[in-house]
Design a protein around this ligand. Structure first.
Ligand code: AMP
Length: 125
């Protein structure tokens, strides 16, 4: 299966430093930054630096080091913005993929939403 990565997507431009962002955390393999149109008081996007279109692409093709770093960074961001249920009030983690996932930006990203209730998971269709 071939995933077609578009290196002109806005997150690729952020990673190349062509578009500014509000960074929350950066690691060897990931960048976490604030969503430009926050849907909750805390709304952070975590992306791998590698050219992965969505989560299943990443799961198939990323190295173990990238996968570990991405997973750990998500946890560290939850702590850093105070939404971990361990110390705060919780969060919703979302990763949209493709047409039915209603993904706008074709570079893997996980949304971390907190600071207010996320509501029901998904409306029953
Ligand atoms: P998705 O629908 O899951 O692809 O979500 C894409 C998200 O990227 C949306 O929540 C946008 O508000 C966000 N977004 C788009 N452009 C930027 C940007 N330049 N900086 C930060 N977030 C952005």
């Amino acid at each position: 299966m071939a995933y077609d990565y578009d290196d002109q997507n806005i997150f690729a431009k952020i990673l190349r430093g062509e578009v500014p962002n509000t960074t929350v955390m950066e690691t060897d393999h990931c960048l976490a930054f604030r969503d430009i149109q926050p849907a909750r008081p805390e709304h952070v996007l975590v992306i791998p630096k590698g050219p992965y279109v969505n989560y299943d692409h990443f799961a198939r093709e990323a190295s173990d080091a990238e996968i570990v770093d991405f997973t750990r960074t998500i946890g560290k961001v939850c702590d850093a913005i105070g939404v971990s249920p361990d110390t705060g009030d919780g969060y919703r983690m979302i990763s949209n993929a493709g047409e039915h996932g209603v993904q706008e930006v074709p570079h893997l990203h996980v949304h971390i939403l907190g600071g207010a209730s996320a509501g029901r998971m998904v409306e029953r269709g």
